[in-house]
Design a protein around this ligand. Structure first.
Ligand code: B1M
Length: 216
């Protein structure tokens, strides 16, 4: 086993066990040892939080443990953040993002925001549990080129459709591209609710957004 495998294993266990005090230090040690931020995210954090979800589904973990694992992953992402923001092109326009009404999951949304920032967008993050009216207010206020809607629960996916319809009714749809995503969301669902684009992960969200604006 190489040093990088070892550090990735340690960070995987940190997120799985909710070792919030030490995870950020281990992530920094990994970066210092030459492990890339992308590897720490893709090969340690994401498989670990997926495992947390699996154990939750199987009744082996409960909500408080899921929450502490999420906090641990967020502490690692903060350390990785400057390293993930490598592209740093400028002037792509404004991107407003939020997790839809009834849904408090934000790790994926935050990663999407981070990648969009790296791709040159000015990111306005409305947070979680954002209702349709709040999205309307934000579009009126910030006049974004792109709006991102994230949903992690099958029960909150319909709020994506409600938000899009509310924006249409407010007459704000014509000059606005909408990208949607989140674990239960699919390209077919995106089309069904009238979104302009769907992205399966944070990296492709930035690519989809740019291509929708013709700045790919
Ligand atoms: Co929740 N939860 N959770 N949870 N949680 C899931 C989503 C679940 C799949 C777990 C499971 O059962 N296996 C399940 C949903 C089942 C379903 O609906 N199909 C679930 C449940 C049931 C619940 C509660 C109902 C539990 C309860 O109370 N009984 C409850 C609901 C609360 C609410 O929102 N109202 C709940 C609560 C929580 C916590 C608060 C404890 C915590 C969230 C903390 C936080 O986010 N700050 C939590 C967590 C951590 C999870 C899991 C374990 C991890 C989610 C995560 O952050 N993944 C999750 C299981 C899982 O996903 N495997 C689970 C990592 C993240 C990087 O991935 O968010 O998918 P993800 O984002 C990806 C892509 O989806 C995409 O890019 C990201 C990066 O590549 N993406 C986009 C996301 N948004 C995008 C937007 C885009 C484009 C791409 O364009 C705009």
């Amino acid at each position: 086993m190489t040093d990088s495998d070892e550090i990735l294993d340690i960070i995987f266990e940190d997120v799985l066990d909710g070792n919030v005090r030490q995870a950020a230090g281990h992530a920094q040690a990994g970066l210092d040892a030459g492990v890339s931020a992308d590897m720490i995210l893709q090969d340690a954090c994401i498989p670990a939080i997926d495992e947390v979800g699996l154990q939750f589904e199987q009744g082996e973990k409960f909500v408080p443990e899921m929450l502490i694992s999420a906090k641990t992953m967020q502490s690692v992402v903060q350390v990785l953040r400057p390293h993930l923001l490598t592209e740093q092109s400028a002037g792509a326009g404004t991107f407003v993002i939020g997790t839809v009404a009834g849904d408090v999951h934000d790790i994926g949304k935050n990663l999407v925001g981070m990648m969009m920032e790296g791709a040159g967008f000015q990111v306005i993050d409305l947070g979680v549990d954002v209702d349709a009216e709040r999205f309307v207010e934000a579009v009126l206020e910030h006049k974004p080129a792109i709006l991102g809607l994230s949903a992690l629960l099958s029960t909150t996916m319909p709020a994506i459709g409600t938000t899009i319809r509310t924006l249409e009714q407010a007459g704000l749809r014509a000059n606005l591209k909408i990208v949607v995503g989140g674990a239960p969301v699919s390209a077919a669902f995106a089309e069904q609710v009238g979104a302009d684009g769907y992205a399966a992960d944070a990296g492709s969200a930035a690519r989809v957004a740019k291509s929708l604006l013709g700045i790919a």
